[in-house]
Design a protein around this ligand. Sequence first.
Ligand SMILES: [Zn+2]
Length: 461
Amino acid sequence: MLKNASGPMALRSLIAAVTLSTAAVTALAQAVDPSVPKWARPVIPWPTVTTSVKQAINSNLADASVKASMDALQADEVRTLQETITLSEIAAPPFGEEKRAQAYLEMLKQSGLSDVSMDKEGNVIGVRKGSGKGPSVVVDAHLDTVFPATTDLKVREKDGKYFGPGITDDTRALAVMLSWVRALKSANVKTVGDLIFVGSVGEEGNGDLRGMRAFFKEHTNIDAMLGLEATPVGVVSPLNTGSIRYEVKYSAPGGHSYGAFGEVPSAIHAMGRAIAMIADINATKVPRTTYNVGIVDGGRSVNTISPDATMEVDMRSDGVKELKAIEKKILAMIEKSVVLENKRFGGQALTVSIKKIGERPGGLTPSAHPLIQAALGSMRALGQKELMTVGLSTNAGIPLSLNIPTIIMGPGGKFEGFHALTEAMDPKDGYKGSQIALLTALSLVGVEGVSKPVIAIRNAK
Ligand SMILES: [Zn+2]
């Protein structure tokens, strides 16, 4: 992605904007919507929306069928909320999404899609064909949540807010896709390009984007992706933060803490050396780069020189080069910790095995891309103040790493408590965000007899 002619320029302008005005723009963002989370770091300036993109959006909005589909989203709010609750109460932990996927497949059919299937990985895919002359655009929301199957998922309402683990991330978006399917059908909207709805598996944690990886391996004809994630209305994320995760296992002979002292190396001591070195790394602030030793485990008893120690390390960066650099640094520190601990006792008794347990690629859709313009233009056309963020880590990483233009938008509604048991959604005026995202999607694929698709068909088909 960054090798594109416009890529590095766009990234630099994004970075410059972040550096100069993060505080001011964040304040603005929070004035607009207090639910904008801290990680949502808006970026300006926005690209100019070209006349042709504006025209496509305006023609779509003036069209009776498109207008009817927009109205249908508002009229569908109660059902959308009910379906959000229904889906939210079906457990979908990583690697355990089948039940929710099965239910979602049926709901897509009931909403009016006939071409619905589940692929080998477990993704639910519903195709809404266009006239055949336009681009193929994926609309994605993920089925999985971070919560184990044993979690109490009963949704509870209080003061208009709906509390339920996973209800925002990303269940609301799944329900919004169902309402789109119904709205497009009831309003008889005929698109030029295909809309491919995907309820994907494996977005969270150790799922490691397995759903998206499998989908894009199978479908090489996709021209763009619009991912729906629980972000505030007005937010567009054209950038995916890359991440790499390792499990690091130290092994040593072990021994009595008194009897074998000074004779054998300790797995825990070696790991401690590594953690101390890692904790002192100065990561780049721009692009934002982070690291974390998140899990440590090991040891037998307080008086045993430990034969084993394990840690899990996470590193992330908004920059592709910076991610590679910090990975190299941390791996070198782990190797060094082994050398130091062995050196202290002589020999090679201590060993380490390093296993990559996660890799989420990063990437960027250049800010001048018609996909970003369509999102921005749709917001403006519907009276929404725009914000832009960087720093998300989502399914977008896979298509972005394949140079497929991708953005993340919100499905409407307000959200809080991501990944916490107190996760909650306020659906008030949620249809507005849903309308903006649908108008964006329609502009991408074009409406038969009304507007041409604003994005091109990629050559890579
Ligand atoms: Zn999510």
